[in-house]
Design a protein around this ligand. Structure first.
Ligand code: NAI
Ligand code: MG
Length: 365
């Protein structure tokens, strides 16, 4: 049977950008014989409007069964008044939690045509293609004890960095698997010089590395890593790091490259019976209520999220490259949505205009 894909367009510009991805998915079915068993459902405010909950149990169950979930975005001002328990983002949080998605993948990818958008020099970012794997379900954001306590005559704020061997082992494996599908180079970042969790992190990653002899493993202190990411990011291929450092490093690295409308992401969990990891793919951006319904949204972040699904869930690395090359081609041809404008005299295309251009480039590929 065909690989299965659950599509959750969500709210705001989510459905607008997802409509373009649907056309691209159909293109791969028609032209490349790559058919998916696609189902579509509601999440976020859209699900709340229909069911009174931001994620219906049936949708959750379906997400657990499919080979990959592709999500648009959730949220919007209309839902700001809702009780915390039914807020749109709770739908997304429930998906991440129940699927136990512990590896967050954030690429920093710079298409040549957009290199001048970066605040860094063109040669530092042009052609950049690195991946940061951030541990997402443990570490200092979750560790106990935590809280604000009274001590003597003042208050103390406490958080605990805590990682078990198995938590480090599983995210390290995700990172090595990715490295195998990419440049076979992995850099692990922690602060083993000053943190016990960092010492354990380095030990466990080194141990897991013995199962991946083809991957060249290196270690770097995370502060030095931050510096190197800005100085010469092309030295990296895959970076694996903990929740806190990954939060900072992935935001910084993503912004090396330009617009929010260009950034895809993935969250992966444990391998399923068929060997594929549980997986949720989504653009980094939100529902953009300021431009929703106007056909202005850039669909590329969502398109590239699907490209990630092709590569990391469906083992279609060559087809993922085909799609990324098509995006590169339209950008090189000067096709721009409004968020990418910079050059004088360029007229922006609409969301579907960008979809048309990418489909045209795919046809020519
Ligand atoms: P946002 O990412 O929705 O928008 C920030 C700015 O970037 C806006 O000016 C927007 O127009 C622009 N932008 C974002 N995506 C774009 C695209 N594809 N093309 C062109 N321009 C784009 O973040 P914001 O405004 O903080 O949040 C809006 C809503 O989205 C809130 O309800 C928030 O909770 C939700 N949100 C949802 C996320 C998710 O579904 N994963 C992530 C972040 C926010
Ligand atoms: Mg962050």
């Amino acid at each position: 049977s065909n690989p299965s894909l659950l599509i959750l367009p969500g709210d705001g510009i989510g459905p607008e950008v997802m409509a373009e991805v649907r056309r691209i998915i159909d293109w791969f079915g028609d032209k490349r014989g790559l058919a998916f068993d696609v189902s579509e459902d509601l999440v976020g405010g859209a699900a709340y409007d229909k069911h009174g909950t931001p994620l219906h149990d049936d949708t959750m169950a379906r997400a657990q069964e499919v080979d990959a979930v592709l999500l648009g975005a959730v949220g919007g001002p209309k839902y700001d008044v809702l009780d915390f328990s039914v807020k749109p983002e709770r739908g997304l949080l429930r998906l991440r939690k129940e699927m136990d998605l512990y590896a967050n993948l954030r690429p920093a990818q710079c298409f040549d045509a957009l290199a001048d958008f970066s605040s860094l020099k063109r040669d530092v970012v042009a052609g950049l293609d690195i991946m940061i794997v951030r541990e997402l379900t443990s570490g200092i954001y979750f560790g106990e004890p935590r809280g604000i306590i009274e001590e003597g005559n003042e208050r103390v704020g406490i958080n605990t960095q805590r990682y078990t061997e198995s938590e480090i082992d599983r995210v390290a494996r995700s990172a090595f698997e990715l490295a195998m599908k990419r440049g076979k180079k992995l850099c692990s970042m922690e602060k083993a010089n000053v943190m016990e969790s960092g010492i354990l992190w380095r030990e466990v990653v080194t141990e897991v590395g013995k199962d991946y002899p083809e991957v060249e493993l290196s270690h770097m202190y995370a502060d030095a890593g931050a510096m190197q990411l800005c100085r010469w990011p092309k030295q990296f291929d895959v970076i694996v790091t903990d929740n806190l450092f990954g939060d900072l490093l992935s935001d910084a690295a993503a912004m090396l490259t330009g617009s929010l409308g260009m950034l895809p992401s993935a969250s992966l969990g444990a391998p399923m019976a068929n060997g594929r990891p549980k997986a949720l793919y989504e653009p980094v951006h939100g529902s953009a209520p300021d431009i929703a319904g106007q056909g202005k949204a850039n669909p590329i972040a969502c398109v590239l999220s699907f490209a990630m699904a092709l590569r990391y869930s469906f083992d279609q690395g060559a087809e993922a490259e085909r799609l990324e090359a098509a995006v590169n081609k339209v950008l090189a041809d000067g096709v721009r949505t409004a968020d990418l404008l910079g050059e004088e005299g360029v007229q922006p295309v609409s969301t579907s205009g960008m979809g048309d251009a990418i489909l045209g480039a795919l046809d020519a590929s």
